[in-house]
Design a binder for this molecule. Structure first.
Ligand code: ADP
Ligand code: MG
Length: 222
């Protein structure tokens, strides 16, 4: 399994009590498997991804990425695990306003200690594989549509060839047709790159491309 969560509990401070965002959540995702998690707003979907991404440490339970127990690593090792193994597409596009689509990916190369110029051909072919061809690769975020920005986010998340791909509400800002295209794209990527993909969404309409659909209600997954 590329991603394993077992009996994960996550709470947040809530006045003088604690709010349980994840209530003994277990999940296993195999390489090349596209799992969708559907649930209403506030049910814990983003919290699930934050824990899977090793960005949040659970109160209890375990998270294994590529067989490595994230809880057994120190901060530096955990950062390396995240950088090398996990691709994250956040709900809010966090593209840098001043960089072109191509430069967004080259910036990742730079952060990974690669030469951005040497990385350009691979960045270009990744962008092409998500449907962004020549001219669009040289546009900045404000010159792209919402769907195109989401494609840049996805290509950027794939740059490090992650084994786990985590995607938060990728279609929430898109119309139905474009949303469906993005979900189809994620299904294709999962098959081609063999990623263990988890997409969370509140939108039940766009789940036909998923291998498996799980439901999240009040922090519980079923
Ligand atoms: P979803 O993504 O399904 O909308 P979240 O995982 O964002 O759900 O939130 C789950 C619950 O945890 C909600 O009740 C939310 O208000 C709460 N929550 C999320 N993040 C925090 C935080 N940083 N501090 C306190 N409560 C939070
Ligand atoms: Mg959310």
């Amino acid at each position: 399994m590329s991603l394993v969560l077992s009996d994960v509990v996550l709470t947040y401070p809530d006045g003088d009590r604690r709010l349980t965002a994840l209530d003994r959540v277990s999940l296993e995702v195999a390489p090349g498997e596209f799992t969708a998690v559907v649930g209403p707003s506030g049910s814990g979907k983003s919290s699930l991804l934050a824990v899977a991404a090793t960005l949040q440490t659970p109160d209890s339970g375990r998270v294994l990425v590529g067989g490595q127990d994230a809880g057994a690593l120190n901060d530096k090792q955990r950062t390396a695990l995240r950088r090398d193994r996990i691709g994250i597409v956040f709900q809010q596009s966090n593209l840098l306003a001043s960089l072109t689509a191509l430069e967004q990916l080259q910036a990742v190369a730079h952060l990974r200690g690669e030469n951005p110029r040497t990385a350009a051909p691979r960045a270009q072919s990744l962008l092409a594989s998500v449907g962004l061809t020549d001219g669009k690769q040289h546009r900045r975020p404000h010159q792209l549509s919402g769907g195109e920005r989401q494609r840049v986010n996805i290509a950027r998340a794939l740059f490090a060839e992650p084994s786990v791909l985590l995607v938060d509400e990728p279609t929430s800002a898109l119309d139905h047709e474009r949303g469906e295209q993005i979900v189809g794209l994620l299904a294709g990527i999962t098959r081609e790159h063999g990623t263990a993909t988890v997409m969370v969404t509140h939108d039940k309409a766009q789940l036909s491309a998923a291998d498996r659909v799980l439901e999240m209600v009040d922090g519980r997954l079923s």
